[in-house]
Design a protein around this ligand. Structure first.
Ligand SMILES: [Zn+2]
Ligand SMILES: [Zn+2]
Length: 309
């Protein structure tokens, strides 16, 4: 059986609404369990029967049999969700299979890295969160928004939700972990000269991060890949800036003003230097050809040098 057939069979199991109802009932029952107990306890057949509207026990038994192995696992005490069951039931409960509600237009701070105007507005474009520049009418960043996220908050609160999610997810990516599937993420660094379609921007190098398992891709300026790590977050924090409260688009002014720069300083193997500047202080990060941190150093003024572990 091919992977596609296996996936099709797995989803065919959910074509009966009773089975979706059973998975929901198991999730709700687990949610209602004593939160102090370690992990979830399995649910006895009778507990599920009490919660699901099926004609008789033999029908429930049949559906549980069909779900077991893919969405449920069975032990001496009863039934519990498998990883697939857990993933699918949360997708169902969050109603993320609907279109996101329209969030309208949200004014936001930040600088366009094409025209350097501060005229950005955010909104949904084809169900995707996009920040556009009103001055030059170009999109400056985009990110996934889930229907549950668009329902949960609006306006400034939605921007904050997106910002926090992006920091958490891009932070994981920097550690080589896929935020979607927890598979391994590989990173490559590109020079802007390799990307013929790109217009002139104040960015010299980009990173491309790809999950080899689920094929999710992330990309961004090399300085951003470095910024999502502990030393730049700590450096900015020490200078009164909480980076993780700023949307990606709100940090472009650091690139436009030349405060954040990235250069290739060696080839074969390639080595990159990313510099974050604040006042007369600098944080320098040295990255290898997979954009992994080799070392960092802080420099203050013209004098003392402080090397971080
Ligand atoms: Zn613009
Ligand atoms: Zn993945």
């Amino acid at each position: 059986m091919t992977a596609a057939q296996t996936a099709a069979d797995a989803f065919a199991l959910l074509s009966d609404p009773s089975r979706v109802t059973i998975l929901r009932a198991v999730a709700v029952a687990q949610y209602e369990q004593d939160p102090s107990s370690p992990g979830f306890e399995s649910l006895a057949f009778s507990e599920i029967y009490d919660r699901v509207d099926v004609d008789n026990t033999s029908k429930l038994s049949y559906h549980l049999g069909e779900l077991t192995g893919t969405y449920l696992r069975k032990d001496d005490d009863g039934y519990a969700l498998t990883h697939a069951g857990d993933q699918i039931v949360r997708f169902i409960l969050a109603e993320n299979f609907h279109e996101p509600t329209d969030v309208g237009t949200i004014e936001t701070d930040g600088t366009c890295f094409y025209c350097e105007e501060t005229a950005l507005e955010a909104g949904l474009d084809d169900q995707y969160f996009v920040v556009r520049c009103q001055a030059c009418d170009r999109p400056v960043t985009g990110y996934i928004v889930t229907p549950a996220q668009a329902r949960a908050s609006s306006g400034e609160a939605l921007l904050e939700s997106l910002t926090r999610k992006q920091w958490a997810e891009f932070g994981l990516v920097q550690a080589g972990v896929c935020p979607e599937c927890a598979g391994r993420v590989e990173t490559d660094v590109y020079s802007v000269d390799d990307l013929a379609t790109l217009e002139e921007v104040p960015i010299s190098h980009f990173t491309m991060h790809e999950c080899e398992a689920c094929l999710r891709r992330f990309s961004g300026p090399l300085a951003y890949a470095a910024a999502f790590r502990t030393p730049p977050i700590a450096f900015h924090w020490d200078h009164g800036v909480d980076l993780v409260q700023h949307g990606w688009w709100e940090l472009y002014d650091h690139l436009v003003a030349g405060q954040w720069t990235a250069d290739r300083i060696a080839t074969d193997p390639a080595e990159y230097r990313v510099v974050f500047r604040h006042g007369n202080a600098e944080l320098r990060m040295f990255l290898d050809d997979d954009a992994r941190t080799i070392r960092t150093e802080r420099v203050r003024g013209r004098g003392g040098r402080l090397t971080e572990p």
